[in-house]
Structures are given as structure tokens and as C-alpha cells.
Design a protein around this ligand. Structure first.
Ligand code: NAP
Length: 292
């Protein structure tokens, strides 16, 4: 019987990274990142750090003090991270949220790779070219904003944001309108008639709410999947279970995508920011497939 090759134990030269979040113990990022670092021959280790909101600022300073290479930031710290970083990349600044930090000579630089990660996942899983697409986005939280930024930068024709709290969708569209003058960016009400009108001309519907994550959470009214054109695609960001919306879209024969490919592609976009090398995408995909 052959034994799997064992990685040498961490030593004095080992460098560290991790994901900061709460809750974070279920995270699949350590599996993907450690497989990638091993493949690249880097003596780097990536862990999951449970950080409550009251300790986030201290934890970020701790990374600086300990000489971490960088970190990923997840729920609920992405917006706090955007405020705490010394510098921001373009997507992070537009999204007002950071999911990746790089520590360079003591400076903390914040990036948002959720935006590009979603676009790469949609290209792969849905064969969807966002350039010229009409997209309906449900939700106006941190992930919705990152996806609006990703699709806006990728040249979407129109982005209709529909949120339970309408004022939040309006505020987001107002804040991002200037950044995307060529995109028809509009908020709409979560009510049957405007939903049907928006879905009727959509190439893609993206659910960025927590409804699929918490099945007991009821939306203001059901999503009329039947209003979508037969050529449309439906995406959610949830990856631990199949949300009802995806099951209904699949039953109608529409193309669907859950959140696991976005997780893979946001990680693959984050890694080069630390290593300056291309991410070993297939190694990371295989590691994700082993744990999910
Ligand atoms: P967030 O900032 O807390 O936003 C939550 C959104 O859900 C808000 O728009 C909120 O509307 C809406 N919502 C809550 N309850 C609702 C209900 N009963 N009916 C309709 N809408 C409701 O969360 P987030 O950071 O954007 O994350 C959203 C989801 O994306 C989470 O499930 C998260 O795990 C997932 N995610 C996945 C990835 C990935 O890589 N796959 C990356 C990022 C996030 P109101 O404004 O009205 O409260």
C-alpha cells in the first residue's frame, strides 16, 4: 500500500494566511488554499479564524504585527474591512466591501474578488457572456453590491436591483450609477407586477439574498420563475444546499448555477494577489470537490 505524500510540518520559515469570519469553522477555503500552496511549493499555511465583530479591528492589526502574507475576509466583516484597509483596489472601493487583504511592507491593501469570481463562474457554468446582458439581482447586501460591480465592469447592458427593503436597492443604484454610466442601473420593487416585467426580459436572474440559506425565511412574494425567457439562466450564491428557486428553475429546464463555483473563482482570483503567480485552478477545484 502506498502512503500519501506528507507535507513537511510548519517550521520557523513558514508563512501564514487565513480567513477571518464568524461563523467560519465550516469554511472550505483552507482546503482550497493549502492544496494550491502545496502545489506551488510554497511553505505557506492557511487557517480559519473565528473573529467576532468586536475583535475584527484587533485581528486585522494582528495580521500586520505577525507578518501574515494576507487573508480572506468573510461574513460579517467585509464592509468593516473596506473601512479599515490602508488602500483599496477598484472593485473593493466600488463595492464598499473587501474579501481579500494583502499585507505589503506593513500596508494593508483591500481587494474584492467576489465581483470577478461571480463573473468567471457565470461564464463557466452558464456559458453566459455578461457583456450586453440584462440581469435581475435580488438583494442589496454586500454580495449583491459586489455582483453589480462585477457585472457592471464586464459590460452588462442593464442591472435591475430588487430588494425587500426598496430604499437599500435605490441607495445602491444611486451610489454606483456614476461608476457605470453605460449600464442601465435601476431599482425596482419586490412585488409581483414589477418582478414579472423585469424577469420577462432577463438573460440572468441572480439571487443574492439569504432566503435560500435560511429556508424558513419567506420572501415578500414568490419569484415568478415562469416569467423568465426559456433561454434565461438562474444563479444563487448558496452552496451548502439547493435553494427552492434553483429547483424550480431546473424543473423549468433553465440553466442554473449554485454558489460553489463563485467560491472557487473568487479564491482563484485572490491567490495571485499574494503569490504573483497564476492560481492552480484545477488543483483548487479538486480540493473543493473533496470537501464539499
Ligand atoms: P447581507 O449583506 O446580509 O444581505 C442579505 C440580503 O438578503 C439583503 O438584501 C436582505 O434584504 C435580504 N433578505 C434577508 N431576508 C430576506 C427575506 N425574507 N426576503 C427577501 N430578502 C431578504 O448578506 P450578503 O453578504 O450579501 O450574503 C448573501 C448570501 O450570499 C449569503 O447566503 C452568503 O453566504 C452568500 N455568499 C456566497 C458567496 C460565494 O462565494 N458563493 C460569496 C458571498 C456571499 P434587506 O435589505 O431587506 O434586509
Amino acid at each position: 500500500m502506498t502512503r500519501a505524500r506528507e507535507r513537511p510540518a510548519p517550521g520557523a520559515g513558514t508563512r501564514f494566511l487565513g480567513v477571518l469570519g464568524s461563523p467560519v469553522r465550516h469554511s472550505w477555503s483552507p482546503a482550497m488554499m493549502n492544496a494550491a500552496f502545496e502545489h506551488l511549493g510554497l511553505d505557506w499555511r492557511y487557517g480559519a479564524f473565528e473573529v467576532p465583530p468586536t475583535r475584527f479591528a484587533a485581528a486585522l492589526e494582528g495580521l500586520r504585527a505577525l507578518g501574515f502574507v494576507g487573508a480572506n475576509i468573510t461574513v460579517p466583516h467585509k464592509e468593516a474591512a473596506a473601512l479599515a484597509c490602508d488602500e483599496l483596489g477598484r472593485e473593493a472601493e466600488l463595492a464598499g466591501a473587501v474579501n481579500t487583504v494583502v499585507l505589503q511592507a506593513g500596508t494593508i491593501i483591500g481587494h474584492n474578488t467576489d465581483a470577478a469570481g461571480f463573473v468567471a463562474a457565470a461564464r463557466e457554468a452558464l456559458a453566459l457572456d455578461p457583456a450586453g446582458a440584462d440581469v435581475v439581482i435580488l438583494g442589496a447586501g454586500g454580495s449583491a453590491r459586489a455582483i453589480v460591480v462585477g457585472l457592471g465592469l464586464a459590460g452588462a447592458a442593464s442591472l435591475t436591483v430588487i430588494n425587500r427593503t426598496a430604499a437599500r436597492a435605490e441607495a445602491m443604484c444611486h451610489a454606483l450609477g456614476e461608476a457605470f454610466p453605460k449600464v442601465q442601473l435601476q431599482a425596482s420593487a419586490w412585488e409581483p407586477a414589477p418582478l414579472e416585467a423585469a424577469l420577462g426580459r432577463a438573460h440572468l436572474l441572480v439571487d443574492c439574498t439569504v432566503v435560500g440559506l435560511e429556508p424558513e425565511t419567506a420572501p415578500p412574494c414568490p419569484i415568478p420563475v415562469d416569467a423568465l425567457p426559456a433561454s434565461a439562466a438562474v444563479a444563487t450564491l448558496v452552496y451548502h444546499r439547493e435553494p427552492e428557486l434553483l429547483a424550480r428553475a431546473r424543473a423549468r429546464g433553465l440553466r442554473t448555477m449554485d454558489g460553489h463555483l463563485m467560491l472557487l473563482h473568487q479564491a482563484a482570483a485572490a491567490l495571485p494577489l499574494w503569490t504573483n503567480t497564476e492560481a492552480p485552478l484545477e488543483v483548487m477545484r479538486a480540493a473543493l470537490d473533496r470537501v464539499r
